[in-house]
Write a protein that binds this ligand. Structure first.
Ligand code: SAH
Length: 421
């Protein structure tokens, strides 16, 4: 979502005739698009601001947008007095106001819902993989998560607006569409005639566009994987057989305290249904270790579920207490050294599963999307349907955007392959 927000900000400034620079000391405006999900991300923003203020041009405008702006509020100006603007994740479309009047301070952390989507200019170029946001915010209120505070309550964009964005992206060169939302499979929009649209309707409609070849979505909440959406994996070949469906923990006790009140049987049932819909489907997860009160036994159950489901491409984090969240004030906070030890054990397990999956791909033919040449220029980097990187010797002439690749070798980080005849 932040990558997408970044694109929109760049497009907005491009439209005003500004250009990008790699050199901070050369910039007239410096914008940090920020993430507040863990304390480390927030800390990095403030240390970056400390470095930037020493090297920037004296008159350059400097500010933050996104979730740290919303998290810090007006305190941001106290911490860094030379900030010119502090704009939350739903008010960055107001950024041009600071260009019109550089002597004011711009502050807006309101949750204005979908306003930004309507206010900003359409993008003129689309990358091969284009993100299309379909909803913002989250109503789940997991006790560790700051997102409901920073991005607000869940709100879905209109079906027509979403499809218009897909069509526009396809016309401008997108081959893969990734639907985005904090709770993307909770997408629900009822139009003026009372017709309700779900994510499955968006996928079905987007798939009808000839030049759209691949479709995926992120991030999903497990119990919102409704049957209509699961069916899409059976009926819509353009929907990639890969799904991020975070479980967070394998312990029912921890899940309860996280306010993720699904039971593990329910989760496993969804996985079974997905595999029935498409037997080559793979699932990835996010994990949090060291949540308050997590015992060795709870952690062991997390390892167990990772082995059982054989998650690929997963993310794992040490629990980080966040302001505005219930878990931050729970008793039994876990010491940092235990969190680090558990994270290392889980990461080793996840890497092993990933390596085994990558090796199982050798000799298979996968249809992959070209991301362009590698650093040496001698190879092409392709992306498999499971988001693995696959390196291929560069053929003469223009590379094909989408082509069949025979996988010839694998390690834990990537694959090698050759273009099928
Ligand atoms: N569904 C959200 C999740 C974003 S955060 C979205 O798409 O916007 C991504 C992951 O960060 C979560 O799935 C969770 O595993 C992790 N996370 C969230 N809050 C955290 C915290 N306080 N400490 C550690 N990890 C956290």
């Amino acid at each position: 979502m932040n990558v997408y927000d970044g694109w929109r900000i760049v497009a907005m400034l491009d439209a005003r005739g500004m250009t990008r620079t790699e050199d901070v000391s050369d910039a007239d405006i410096i914008i940090l698009n920020t993430c507040a999900v863990r304390a480390k991300a927030t800390d990095k923003v403030y240390s970056a601001l400390g470095r930037i203020r020493l090297v920037k041009k004296p008159n350059a405008l400097m500010g933050i947008v996104g979730c740290v702006a919303r998290e810090s509020g007006a305190d941001a100006f106290k911490r860094v007095p030379d900030l010119n603007f502090v704009l939350g994740p739903q008010s960055y479309h107001k950024l041009p106001e600071i260009l019109n009047d550089p002597n004011t301070r711009l502050f807006n952390i309101e949750l204005s819902g979908l306003e930004k989507f309507d206010e900003m200019p359409q993008m003129e170029k689309s990358p091969l993989v284009t993100y299309v946001p379909i909803q913002e915010g989250c109503n789940h209120c997991c006790t560790y998560c700051i997102v409901p505070y920073t991005r607000g309550r869940e709100i879905s964009r209109s079906f027509v607006d979403c499809i218009r964005d897909v069509e526009q992206a396809a016309k401008n060169g997108a081959v893969e569409i990734c639907f985005l939302g904090q709770n993307v499979n909770g997408y629900k929009y009822t139009d003026e005639n009372g017709k309700t649209y779900r994510l499955s309707d968006l996928i079905r409609t987007a798939a009808k566009i000839d030049t759209v070849k691949r479709i995926r979505f992120t991030s999903s909440y497990p119990t919102e994987m409704t049957d209509d959406l699961i069916d899409m994996f059976a009926t819509e070949p353009k929907l990639l057989p890969f799904l991020n469906m975070p479980i967070q923990s394998g312990s029912p006790n921890v899940l309860k305290r996280m306010n993720r009140p699904y039971d593990l049987n329910q989760y496993m049932d969804i996985v079974r249904k997905l595999k029935l819909a498409r037997n080559d489907i793979q699932i990835s997860s996010d994990f949090i270790v060291g949540f308050p009160g997590e015992t060795d036994d709870d952690f062991e159950q997390t390892l167990q579920i990772a082995r059982t489901i054989k998650y690929i491409n997963s993310y794992s984090f040490k629990y980080s207490p966040r302001p505005h969240t219930a878990a931050a004030i729970m008793p039994d906070q876990i010491p940092e050294n235990i969190k680090s030890k558990r994270l290392a054990i889980l990461d080793a397990e996840l890497n092993e599963i990933q390596r085994a999956f990558n090796e199982s791909c050798v000799d298979k033919t996968l249809t992959c999307l070209c991301e362009g040449p590698d650093k040496t220029g001698r190879h092409l980097v392709y992306r498999t349907p499971y988001m693995q990187q696959c390196i291929v010797a560069r053929p003469d002439g223009e590379p094909k955007q989408l082509c069949d690749i025979v996988i010839t070798a694998a390690n834990k980080a990537s694959l090698r392959g050759k273009i099928a005849d």
